[in-house]
Design a protein around this ligand. Structure first.
Ligand SMILES: [Zn+2]
Length: 226
């Protein structure tokens, strides 16, 4: 019995959904072509005829294209949407974690989150390149309901981000700085002195607001109050 522990690492199963494959001229007797994992000494298939190898590759590719993929597997929130923002950061939700709610965005929302992450790169740059702490980005309908978010919230479409930037200053200082320098957004709101909400769409109103709780209700006033 071969001891599994002595097998070389490259004999681990290849993930045919994602592995980068290539056709190579086979050095094996009687086989003209091998399908190999690119950059690894790993043969997935050997074919006697080159044409068969091409067809087999096409079948693998077709299988990949037709397999419906979840937007992102839950375990893979590390997917990078831009230089400094990951999918996990853009979909973070304390409420979802606490209540066990699914906050996985559908593919079209992921596309929007990539655009939003790109806009957040600009925000980060304006704030001197200090790390941004996102406290809420995308909210699924269930999560939005759980946090009491407005039904029309820009968080639902992946357009909005709540964040702090302690390296730059308080939320009020961050909001005041962005109000002066940021362009091309819909709403910039300093919320309760605790975080900054920035919504990049769908509108482009460049509204600047301050939110405060007054007798238990959220009241918005024009401008950023320092
Ligand atoms: Zn918000």
């Amino acid at each position: 019995m071969p001891d599994a522990r002595t097998r070389p690492a490259y004999s681990d199963p290849v993930d045919l959904e994602t592995a980068e494959l290539e056709l190579t001229s086979s050095i094996y007797d009687g086989f003209s072509t091998a399908i190999m994992v690119k950059g690894k000494p790993r043969t997935v298939a050997l074919c006697r005829e080159y044409g068969d190898a091409v067809q087999l590759m096409a079948l693998i590719e077709r299988g990949r294209a037709s397999t419906p993929k979840p937007a992102i597997p839950a375990s893979d929130g590390s997917q990078r949407l831009s230089d400094h923002f990951t999918l996990a950061e853009m979909t973070v939700s304390a409420a979802a974690a606490r209540k066990g709610l699914d906050n996985t965005p559908p593919p079209q929302i992921v596309d929007q989150l990539i655009l939003t992450a790109d806009r957040m790169e600009k925000v980060r740059e304006l704030l001197g390149g200090h790390p941004i702490r996102i406290t809420s980005g995308y909210r699924s309908p269930a999560v939005n309901k759980a946090v009491g978010g407005s039904a029309t919230s820009a968080h639902r479409t992946g357009h909005a981000v709540d964040f702090t930037c302690p390296g730059f200053g308080t939320p009020a200082q961050v909001a005041a700085h962005l109000a002066k320098h940021l362009i091309g957004y819909d709403q910039l709101i300093e919320e309760f002195g605790e975080w900054v909400h920035v919504g990049f769409g769908p509108g482009q109103r460049m509204q600047k607001l301050t939110a405060r709780k007054v007798a238990g209700k959220t009241k918005y006033t024009q401008g950023i109050k320092a």
